[in-house]
Design a protein around this ligand. Sequence first.
Ligand SMILES: N[C@@H](CCC(=O)N[C@@H](CS)C(=O)NCC(=O)O)C(=O)O
Length: 219
Amino acid sequence: MSLHLISFKTCPFVQRAVITLKHKGIEFDVTYIDLADPPDWFLELSPLKKVPVLEVDDEVLFESAVINEYLDEITGGELQPKDPLARARNRAWIEFASDMLGNLYQMKMSKDQERYQRYRAELEDQFRRVEKHLGDGPWFNGEQFTLADTAFAPLFRQDSVADGKLSVIDPAILPKVAAWGKRLLELPEVRDSVVSEFEDLYLQAMEKNGSYSLNRLAA
Ligand SMILES: N[C@@H](CCC(=O)N[C@@H](CS)C(=O)NCC(=O)O)C(=O)O
């Protein structure tokens, strides 16, 4: 079977799939596209015109959560809780993480203070909910590392750009979130899930968007 991932270099949703692929040691190859100028073949291939897309031989899979469940299921399924209710809750939190990724992106790219504060407040409220969910760790659901961990990890990677100077995670307020995020970022599959120029590309995107938080950092 051949697995071919279509990627955009700074996309956190693609990163989720790469983390799962690397965690599982699954062979795959990658094609990077420019979402600002997507090729016609991609627009034809991707039903929502979004990345990630995973080509499995001649089949096309899309949506990061679905791709990750598939990757897990073909390799033993240990990244999902066995109990149906726990599995359903995990899926719900993965959806929650997707919403957080949207808010984090909007916050980082916001041009003005008002908009920045609005997204930041929303994100802080979401992190407080995650803090309440977390137990003694080490992972989102305790001892078992699951797809929730691979789904949230890109959030911590994006939060940590610029040496963490733009982070919204205050360890005094969110001690469990901070410890969990640090643990995730130390994993080799998370560290190696982005291209070497990720940081530069992400900061360039912020600059291009006239990012309020980046401008404040430089001032
Ligand atoms: N729900 C999707 C979200 C994917 C997504 O938003 N990808 C962005 C890049 S990070 C994209 O392809 N955007 C292109 C567009 O919206 O046209 C998933 O989980 O895979």
